[in-house]
Design a protein around this ligand. Structure first.
Ligand SMILES: C[S@@+](CC[C@H](N)C(=O)[O-])C[C@H]1O[C@@H](n2cnc3c(N)ncnc32)[C@H](O)[C@@H]1O
Length: 366
């Protein structure tokens, strides 16, 4: 079943108090099955290093633009969606001319990614990561406040973004690390779809490093190809070995390590997170627009509960019409679990409302 999040103002006057609130499920503690161990969709997941995916970008030209509506002094860039579709179509031409086999799920995902199927996501196939959703912008403003108030320490930071998609919040943190010359950090970016990681998440990291760290002349010099006349345009990046190696060298010199996980949340996903950043190391956890699906809402809630040992920030719309997830359901679930866990895990949350036509919220778990 395909879901669309295209809201109109007419959708908005639903009374949140009257919405059905699903509690934690299960009666007493005895029959509680942790949703992390009860994921019904394909829950395989995989860790990817940055190097392997970066190398595959060599020979690609990325087109990008500056992101609007950011806090003062903040400068971020992201790959254009049409450019992603263009790359996919070029790749499709190459593979169909060399291969005669394709699977239904990759066909289905390809059609969604190139915009042929008019849906923003399709549960269990493609979870919406190519687009930037509006609550990722709320996350940036919140992060900006917390950093300015010295409530987030960027030194030796460990960051995990769950359901990162275009990874706007992580890009914001990466911008700060570059500008403030922070070193010794680990950033783990995760998305349901590997395609999203390779087509937008990782290209966006490279684009932002080029724009924020390199001077214009360094950027031109690194893209120079001795066999071609230079034709360098603002907002375009010609990826070659030189550029990729400079990025890798800079990350190494500054001890900034990126890791990536593709696939579904669940117990094995949690193990991969803990392998990259040990369980007890302090982590900033970020997640935007990831509670729209009621069955997965409990799974991501459990992940947040397991992983929170410093600051966790979730941003979301109050209600996901037609899909079912909501902030109320999330709050009810974590409240139920906090009570169940008692002294085993002392967590609390703060809820902040953003007033707009379509109500949105920020939840901080500590
Ligand atoms: C609506 S998109 C939001 C993307 C991004 N955070 C933003 O705000 O722009 C939902 C994200 O949640 C992630 N997601 C949804 N269900 C998931 C699942 N079962 N396992 C892992 N990730 C999931 C997808 O990877 C997708 O990027």
């Amino acid at each position: 079943m395909g879901f669309s999040f295209k809201f109109t103002d007419d959708d908005i006057d639903i009374d949140i108090e009257n919405e059905t609130v699903v509690n934690g499920g299960g009666g007493g503690d005895g029959d509680f099955i942790n949703p992390l161990d009860d994921v019904t969709i394909d829950n395989s997941c995989k860790f990817h290093s940055l190097n392997s995916i970066l190398d595959e970008l060599i020979g690609t030209r990325l087109t990008y633009n500056r992101i609007d509506n950011l806090p003062n002094g903040c400068e971020l860039y992201k790959r254009e969606l049409y450019d992603v579709k263009h790359q996919l179509m070029l790749e499709d031409d190459t593979t169909t001319s060399t291969s005669t086999t394709s699977t239904t799920s990759t066909d289905e995902m390809f059609k969604i990614l190139i915009g042929e199927d008019d849906v923003d996501l399709k549960n269990g196939v493609y979870e919406g990561g190519l687009k930037s959703w509006e609550c990722s912008n709320d996350m940036i403003w919140k992060l900006n406040d917390l950093i300015n108030e010295d409530l987030i320490d960027l030194s030796n930071l460990n960051l995990v973004e769950l359901g990162c998609g275009t990874s706007i919040p992580s890009l914001f943190i990466f911008e700060k690390l570059i500008k403030l010359k922070k070193t010794g950090c680990k950033l783990l970016l995760t998305d349901y779809n590997f395609e999203v990681l390779r087509l937008v998440t990782i290209p966006n990291l490279l684009i932002n490093w080029c724009e924020l760290h390199l001077t214009k002349s360094e950027l031109i010099e690194l893209q120079r190809n001795p066999n071609q006349d230079g034709n360098y345009r603002d907002g375009e990046l010609e990826i070659n070995l030189n550029l990729i190696n400079s990025f890798k060298r800079w990350l190494c010199l500054n001890s900034i390590e990126f890791g990536f996980i593709s696939g579904c949340w669940g117990r094995s996903f949690l193990k991969l997170v803990n392998q990259f950043i040990p369980l007890h190391d302090k982590k900033l956890i970020l997640t935007s627009e990831t509670i729209y699906s009621p069955p997965m809402l409990k799974v991501i809630s459990e992940l947040l509960i397991e992983l929170t040992n410093y600051i966790t920030i979730l941003t979301a719309k109050d209600i996901y019409f037609g899909v079912g997830g909501s902030i109320n359901e999330f709050i009810n679930y974590i409240d139920f679990r906090f009570k169940m866990l008692g002294d085993e895990k002392k967590l609390c949350f703060e809820l902040e409302k953003i007033n707009s036509n379509l109500q949105r919220s920020i939840v901080i778990l500590k």
